[in-house]
Design a protein around this ligand. Structure first.
Ligand SMILES: [Zn+2]
Length: 319
C-alpha cells in the first residue's frame, strides 16, 4: 500500500484539500479555498486542480507516490461512475471527476459523499476507532448521517441509506427542502434553530443574539453558543426544542439499529456543548431500556479534517 493519498472535502462554502498519511491519519499539509462567489463546474475544478498542484509542489513526493485522489461532495453522487449528479449549492450537475480531475494528474480518482467521508475518517482515526457497529450523525446546515455495520458503510439499494434528516417526526409539520413535511432536519438543524430565533425576534422577543448579528448576516453556531453562555432565554428555548426533536430521532435509530455507539459531529455539536449534552441525555431516556443501557455517545474527534482523512480511504472500496 502506498502511504499517501489526497483527500478533498467539497462543501457548499469551501474546498478543503489535504495530503494524508494513510498509515497514521496525519494531515501532512492542506489547502483551503472558498467556493462562495464563483460556483459552477469550471471554477470548482480549477480550484481543486490548483489545490492539488500546491500540495504536490510543497511536498517532496512524486505523483507515483500518491495512491489516490478521494473526493467527498455534498449532493447526489454516482460513486461507480465518479460523477456528481446534482449539487445545486455549487451549481454543478453531471460532473465527472474522473475526467475533469483525472486528465490533470496520473493518480486514480474516487468519489463519495460528504457524510460518508467524515464517517470513514472518524472510523479510521477518530471517535469511532475500534468500533464495528455505529452511526455518525452530523448537525449543521442540515442533519446527515451514515450507518456502519460490521465495519462497512451501509449504502442501501440506491446508495442513499442514512438520510436521518428526512425521518419524519411530525406528520403535519414544517415543510422541508426535500418536498415532504415534518422532516427532522426542519426541526433539529442549525438552520431550523436560526429560523425559530429569527421568527421570534420579528415578533418582538428580546435576545442578546441581536448584539452579534450584523445586518443581513445569518446566525452561526458560535453566536448561539455565546448567547447560551449569557443565559439568553430565547436562544436556550430554541436550542432545547431542537434537542428534543434530535433526541427523538436518535432514540429511533438506537431502537431500530441497536448500534454500539452514536458519534455526533458537525458545527452545531462542536460549538454548542449544551445542545450535545441535552441531546444525548434525552436520547438515552427516550430509547428502549435494553439498548439504552449499552449505547455509548461520543463527539466526533477530527473536526474539519474528518472529511479529508476519510476521503483518502475512498479508494479502498474499489470504485
Ligand atoms: Zn425532508
Amino acid at each position: 500500500m502506498k502511504k499517501y493519498a489526497i483527500g478533498i472535502d467539497l462543501g457548499g462554502t469551501k474546498i478543503l484539500t489535504a495530503l494524508v498519511n494513510k498509515e497514521t491519519g496525519e494531515v501532512v499539509s492542506f489547502v483551503k479555498k472558498k467556493t462562495k462567489k464563483e460556483k459552477g463546474p469550471r471554477n470548482i475544478i480549477r480550484k481543486m486542480v490548483e489545490s492539488i498542484d500546491e500540495l504536490l509542489n510543497d511536498c517532496e513526493l512524486t505523483q507515483q507516490e500518491i495512491s489516490s485522489i478521494g473526493i467527498g461532495a455534498a449532493g447526489q453522487n454516482d460513486r461507480e461512475n465518479c460523477t456528481l449528479i446534482a449539487a445545486p449549492n455549487l451549481d454543478c450537475y453531471d460532473l465527472n471527476f474522473k475526467e475533469a480531475i483525472g486528465k490533470h494528474f496520473a493518480i486514480p480518482v474516487f468519489l463519495g459523499n460528504d457524510v460518508e467521508i467524515a464517517t470513514i475518517g472518524e472510523m479510521k482515526f477518530g471517535a469511532a476507532k475500534g468500533y464495528d457497529d455505529f452511526v455518525c450523525i452530523f448537525v449543521g446546515t442540515g442533519v446527515g448521517s451514515a450507518i456502519v455495520k460490521n465495519g462497512q458503510l451501509i449504502k442501501g439499494a440506491t446508495g442513499t441509506a442514512g438520510e436521518i434528516g428526512h425521518v419524519i417526526v411530525d406528520l403535519n409539520g414544517r415543510p422541508c427542502a426535500c418536498g415532504a413535511h415534518g422532516c427532522l432536519e426542519a426541526y433539529a438543524s442549525r438552520t431550523a434553530i436560526e429560523t425559530r430565533i429569527e421568527g421570534a425576534l420579528k415578533k418582538g422577543r428580546k435576545s442578546c443574539i441581536l448584539e452579534y448579528l450584523e445586518n443581513g448576516k445569518s446566525i452561526t453556531s458560535s453566536m448561539i453558543q455565546k448567547s447560551i453562555e449569557r443565559d439568553d432565554e430565547l436562544v436556550i428555548q430554541c436550542v432545547t426544542e431542537a434537542s428534543e426533536y434530535l433526541s427523538g430521532g436518535i432514540a429511533s435509530v438506537i431502537n431500530f439499529i441497536n448500534p454500539q455507539l452514536i458519534v455526533l459531529g458537525g458545527g452545531l455539536i462542536e460549538a454548542v456543548d449544551y445542545f450535545y449534552q441535552k441531546t444525548i441525555k434525552k436520547a438515552r431516556a427516550k430509547s428502549l431500556p435494553v439498548p439504552a443501557q449499552k449505547i455509548e455517545f461520543r463527539k466526533a474527534a477530527l473536526g474539519d479534517f474528518s472529511g479529508v482523512i476519510g476521503a483518502a480511504f475512498l479508494e479502498d472500496r474499489g470504485y
